[in-house]
Design a protein around this ligand. Structure first.
Ligand SMILES: *[C@@H]1O[C@H](CO)[C@@H](O)[C@H](O)[C@H]1NC(C)=O
Ligand SMILES: *[C@@H]1O[C@H](CO)[C@@H](O)[C@H](O)[C@H]1NC(C)=O
Ligand SMILES: *[C@@H]1O[C@H](CO)[C@@H](O)[C@H](O)[C@H]1NC(C)=O
Ligand SMILES: *[C@@H]1O[C@H](CO)[C@@H](O)[C@H](O)[C@H]1NC(C)=O
Ligand SMILES: *[C@@H]1O[C@H](CO)[C@@H](O)[C@H](O)[C@H]1NC(C)=O
Ligand SMILES: *[C@@H]1O[C@H](CO)[C@@H](O)[C@H](O)[C@H]1NC(C)=O
Length: 407
């Protein structure tokens, strides 16, 4: 919990907000409304934040986990009776970092441990691990315990040695989990399919760009209508000391699974990271986590932003780049969308949610960093918070992630 600090100096800006159409008594449990009008002016003697990674915005000093609401549209996402519970914990190991994939046939969520970062237990000489959690066991544990945290067992998988430092995942794609790896030492970054059933066998789809290794691949999505595979490449493997210095720019690629052709669709980022598409496939979102610099430290003047692009219907290049959002806490990492096109991203204080117009609607506030999250079917948002996992039961619905007719 080292990242959690309550801004005690800001409690002077009391909770005075009222929603336009919902009274405070109608707010669901675990929900706090923070009216933007209540903190627009803090006064010259207020404690302003001068660090977005370690000082978080919690003006009501509410104890996490809770729903922090800035816009009434967040109530539609939450529904009438949401809940927000801790479902797994290991304070010694960042077992739940990225690459979350929900496999509906087995009702399990797969995910990777932190690759190279704090408590990841992985480095130049040690691979990270993929684990899974059973949502049936989560549901059983939650119903057996009405309020407190539960700690459902995590199962570690033994995967092929071709899978080194997994950092992103999506699907299922063709009934398999689609992973992207950062590589380790001289082992190349890659795109890999993994069987979600024993023996968890794997098939590598791509591990180079015309004979050159990628820098350290970071995240991946399948386009919902054209079925091509899009992924980001950035230097976090180098900044976390398990990959050589980069020899290519940090950019976004398109891989055609039918022909194995690979090409660039977007560049000009500081650190391209999370990627997602709107359900209609017309818009792509890419996060830029430039402010987070590994051994170089954080640099608050670099991007902590999500950019939106139009996806060209013919060439699939990303064009008409514009900013969607700038995160107030840390950097926006992995990105997922719900069926209404709202944008969820993992930040230094939990999962933040923006409307397609760029308004910050609210947060799944944890007071700790979350890199990624995934819908485990409609209404179940599983949040990866490094040493913990959380489940928020809400009204928002999931979107298919396997591409057209390949789920
Ligand atoms: C951040 O703000 C606090 C309180 O105003 C101050 O004590 C501290 O020196 C500031 N830190 C930096 C790095 O500016
Ligand atoms: C339920 O949660 C409480 C609070 O964390 C804990 O003390 C108790 O052991 C839990 N009970 C079960 C059956 O898990
Ligand atoms: C992974 O290997 C260990 C050691 O051989 C074994 O105990 C464990 O059951 C395996 N895990 C899975 C999910 O098969
Ligand atoms: C796993 O092995 C089965 C049986 O050989 C094969 O049909 C399947 O395509 C393999 N899956 C992957 C992801 O390699
Ligand atoms: C996906 O499945 C289709 C149909 O079985 C097959 O033609 C295609 O090669 C598969 N693609 C990959 C990348 O495995
Ligand atoms: C932060 O980034 C800016 C913009 O690239 C750069 O000018 C500045 O030197 C960096 N600061 C540190 C402390 O590295």
């Amino acid at each position: 919990m080292a990242l959690f600090k309550v801004l005690s100096g800001i409690v002077v800006i009391a909770f005075t907000g009222t929603l336009a159409s919902v009274s405070e008594s109608q707010l669901p449990s675990q929900a706090i409304f923070v009216d933007p009008r209540s903190f627009a002016v803090m006064g010259p003697n207020a404690d302003f934040r001068n660090d977005s990674f370690n000082m978080l915005f919690n003006p009501t000093s509410t104890t996490p986990p809770f729903f922090q609401i800035f816009d009434e549209r967040f109530l539609t996402i939450l529904g009438g009776s949401p809940s927000f519970r801790e479902i797994a914990s290991d304070p010694t190991f960042a077992f739940a970092h990225e690459a979350p994939v929900y496999n509906e046939p087995t009702d399990e969520v797969f995910f990777s441990s932190n690759d190279g970062g704090p408590l990841g237990m992985s480095d130049l000489n040690h691979n990270n691990v993929i684990s899974k959690i059973s949502m049936k066991e989560v549901e059983a544990a939650l119903s057996a315990n009405a309020t407190g945290p539960v700690n459902v067992p995590i199962t570690q998988l033994n995967l092929s040695d071709s899978i080194q430092m997994t950092n992103g995942g999506t699907g299922p794609y063709n009934s398999s989990i689609l992973l992207v790896t950062s590589g380790r030492g001289s082992s190349p970054p890659s795109i890999v399919l993994v069987n979600p059933l024993p023996p968890y066998n794997a098939t590598v789809l791509l591990d180079n760009y015309f004979g050159r290794q990628f820098v350290s691949l970071n995240d991946i999505k399948v386009h919902p209508t054209n079925g091509k595979i899009f992924f980001t490449d950035v230097d976090y493997g180098f900044l976390n000391l398990f990959r050589p210095a980069p020899l290519m720019p940090f950019q976004v690629y398109r891989f055609d699974p039918d022909t194995s052709a690979v090409r660039v669709v977007a560049d000009g980022f500081n650190k391209p990271n999370g990627i997602a598409f709107t359900p209609d496939g017309n818009t792509a979102y890419v996060s830029d986590t430039g402010a987070s610099g590994g051994f170089l430290g954080n640099n608050l003047t670099l991007p902590a932003s999500i950019y939106a692009f139009d996806v060209d219907p013919v060439t699939h290049v990303f064009k008409n780049r514009r900013v969607l959002a700038y995160a107030d806490a840390g950097v926006p990492d992995g990105i997922q969308l719900d069926s209404d096109g709202n944008i969820y991203s993992g930040c230094a204080d939990g999962t933040q949610v923006w409307a397609p117009d760029g308004t910050l609607l609210g947060k799944f506030f944890l007071g700790m960093s979350t890199a990624e999250m995934i819908f485990a079917g409609d209404g179940r948002l599983v949040i990866l918070a490094e040493t913990k996992m959380f489940l928020a039961k809400i009204a928002a619905k999931s979107i298919p992630l396997g591409g057209p007719s390949r789920n």
